[in-house]
Design a protein around this ligand. Sequence first.
Ligand code: HEM
Length: 380
Amino acid sequence: MTDHMPDDLSAAGRDLRAYTDELRPRHPVVRNSMGEWVLLRHEDVLAAALDHQRFSSQVSRFLQVPNGLDGEEHTRFREVIERHLSHDALEPFIPAFKRVASQLVAALPRGVVLDAVNDIGAVFAVRAQCAWLGWPAELEPRLLAWMKENHAATRSGDSAWTADVAEQFDEIIRSVIQPRREAGDDAPDDLTTKLCRETVNGRQLTEAELVSILRNWTGGDLGSIALCVGVLLAHIAGQPDLAEKIRTAPDSEAEAIIDEVLRLDDPFVSNRRVTTCPVHIGGRDIPSGARVKLNWTSANRDEAVFDNNRFDPQGNAGNNLVYGAGKHVCPGRLLATWELRIALQTLLASVRTIELVSDQPPEREVAPVGGYHRVPVVLT
Ligand code: HEM
């Protein structure tokens, strides 16, 4: 499981967003089918995310760098990661992201039905990540096939299948790490090589740590970006005014609009914690050692904080939890934001309209995944 594995309340097959909207006012904390405590209110989700003492991130028996770490150990690894996700580190990749977006958009057929999630979002996400990490284009079909299977395994709830798919991904990552480690000074000058040369506590990162870091950067994030593109296009299609605004607004304004659309329909559903002592939250007493879920999707629609359906990019920005909060707040936020903005701006600059298809409405994902499974659109 990566940190970005989508999560849920029950696998009952309902639109998770509608379900948590219904539950939240009367049941701020619910138990899911796995016995986990799910926090649904903004106030409680934020409190748990900021309380690193009582809500530990050590939720898995597998190594998860940095998301499964607490305290100083987390800080040490987080510093390594942040170096590669800062504004200065990412800026040189903007031309590559624009190139990836332009090539993809130019090749998309006009006047036929496309799926915004798989035909646009997933392909853009994989190509942008490969460009960023210095991974060969030949990996693209393998990564796309992996995303599909990972998704299917997650939806199935079959843990053996999920573990097998996770192992396949680690195999892909090892295939890019090993040659770089063996090549020493002759390794290609790219981000993956830079990461292989990073040190913590005066020693190089182990292969297991590198695999875990790269798994976190790619495995789940590819899926998150694809889902975000689906949500964004489903929202923008048929709203020419909003499309025009995103196309012409300054970058910061376009990014605020994107964040606000994702707040209302956050496809990155939840993250886990484990309590280190008995905790009283949302009117419930949770015992020590209990598994807790911070449901960002529900928190982001809490009517106590947001005038729920009012679209207010500036006004709601401060409370938006799409990228989390506290020490584990998403270090990839800037990268994700730039990728999403560039993908949208490029698409909007080259098409006249993006329209939904009347007899093929967008298909919602079912729990445990958020956003949409498929968003049929026609570009003209
Ligand atoms: C597409 C949009 C994305 C969304 C909505 C998203 C959301 C989040 C959220 C909510 C967290 C907090 C997890 C927690 O509190 O347990 C998180 C953590 C994290 N994200 Fe993202 N993320 C996205 C893209 C990315 C990208 C592109 C990267 C890197 C390439 C990335 C890397 C990480 C890492 C490494 C963590 C763990 C941080 C830590 O534990 O200190 N994310 N993300």
